[in-house]
Design a protein. Structure first.
Ligand code: SF4
Ligand code: SF4
Length: 413
């Protein structure tokens, strides 16, 4: 075991390999306040990568309904329970920004024994993989019963009756549990973009990765007897799509998103210490500066590179278990955005090309008001997005353009 620094839990932790980072890291931000559960992302992925024999139950991208749904069923509830039972230290919790409980690597070493299992995990049953969105649209009610709508209705900031859609793909973790568990060294993290891949030639189908991945995003294919997983559409990241003339392009699931919840990028990293400061990269801004986007279950310890703007109507205790201690700040900031955050939000899904930098040109004040007792001013700023080569991809404004159709036009009857 080595000691590696995990910034999401604000401490060093034990991991089977030495700390090393790629030149850039594949990362994404999903705004859960916007997801409509349409599954367009799910089908974009399926029709590209997992439409063949033996892949029938394989959904590299899935959108599940929380709190009851999960693919595989109850994946997070099961692991949280296992961690709880394994960690007898009595800490198990966050102390400010520091997670003092045990990660899945530490729990395996201390309570199972390094030789038998490197990562605390479990192998889901075949039944548990059957549905990508079981309990679709089932809300939780006041007595914790499904579909029990509260008589008094709902109130912001948190609803008494609630559910939300959680879109998920492989997080291309900084410290992948799948990689740590593989006895064949068949899983590797690409040095150029941090994408985690399975070498299909080396894999022997032992399913140690399926057992170890806390997010259950490594999947066994019975027809070939090897593991497959999300490959981050790497030919698109490499700019091989003819449409982009060599410039990196977002993955299929990102590009297809109807709700405009997704923004994906390749963040700059230092090979010895992780994230490098890149102030005007939109992901760096959302995650490290505004801190509105948070990792999913950071306490597992893999340092996932998927980040979420938490849904504002969901009880905070549930969200804190899922996204860590930054939830209050993230939601408060999102609900009353400042000028820069409002402008950066306009970058979501305006292009399929990966945005490496943005610039804001200040525009006129449109109006001012109060939101939740805090002053809010809307400016019609222009935000300009640049690709890897520094070329402008597009520019857009905070206020959507307003068109008035003429009385007579071609489609008039
Ligand atoms: S989400 Fe799972 S499969 Fe993906 S890199 Fe992390 S541990 Fe591996
Ligand atoms: S396409 Fe976008 S809005 Fe639709 S389910 Fe997927 S993430 Fe949600």
């Amino acid at each position: 075991m080595s000691l590696v620094y995990n910034w999401q839990i604000n401490r060093k932790m034990e991991y089977p390999h030495a700390e090393h980072h790629p030149e850039r890291q594949f990362a994404f931000v999903f705004n859960l306040n916007r997801c409509i559960g349409c599954q367009t992302c799910t089908m974009a992925c399926k029709s590209t990568w997992t439409f063949s024999k033996g892949q029938e139950y394989m959904w590299w991208n899935n959108v599940e309904t929380k709190p009851y749904g999960g693919y595989p069923q109850s994946w997070d509830v099961k692991l949280l329970k296992m961690l709880d039972e394994a960690d007898t230290s009595g800490k198990r919790a966050w102390n400010g920004d520091t997670f003092e409980g045990m990660t899945i690597f530490e729990a395996a070493q201390k309570h199972i024994g390094e030789n038998s299992q490197r990562v605390l995990g479990y192998l889901p049953t075949d039944e548990e993989w059957r549905f990508p969105n079981i309990y679709e649209d089932s809300p939780i009610g006041p007595e914790g019963t499904k579909g029990n709508f509260h008589k008094e209705g709902v109130h912001l900031p948190s609803h008494k009756t609630w559910f939300f859609y959680l879109a998920r793909i492989c997080n291309h973790c900084t410290y992948p549990a799948c990689l740590a568990a593989c006895p064949r060294h068949a899983i590797y993290k690409r040095p150029e973009d941090g994408v985690v891949l399975v070498d299909q030639e080396r894999c022997r189908g032992y399913r140690k990765c399926v057992e170890a991945c806390p997010y259950k995003k490594a999947m066994y294919r019975p027809s070939t007897r090897v593991t497959e997983k999300c490959i981050a559409c790497y030919p698109r990241l490499e700019g091989k799509d003819p449409e982009t003339k060599g410039q990196p392009m977002e993955t299929r699931c990102m590009a297809a998103c109807i709700g405009q919840i997704r923004l994906q990028g390749l963040v700059q990293t230092n090979t010895d210490s992780g994230w490098a400061e890149d102030r005007y990269n939109p992901l760096y801004y959302l995650i490290k500066v505004a801190k509105v986007a948070l990792p999913l279950y950071p306490q597992f310890g893999t340092e996932p590179n998927g980040y979420y703007i938490p849904p504002r109507w969901v009880p905070r205790a549930f969200l804190k278990q899922m996204f860590g201690p930054g939830v209050d700040h993230a939601i408060d900031t999102y609900m009353v955005p400042d000028r820069e955050l409002l402008a950066v939000q306009q970058l979501f899904r305006k292009s399929n090309r990966i945005i490496f930098k943005y610039r804001i040109e200040e525009g006129p004040k449109v109006f001012e008001t109060e939101i939740h007792g805090k002053p809010f001013t809307l400016y019609n700023d222009t935000i300009i997005a640049y690709d890897k080569a520094g070329e402008e991809i597009f520019r857009t404004q905070v206020e959507e353009p307003f068109y008035v159709r003429p009385d007579k036009h071609q489609n008039s009857i």
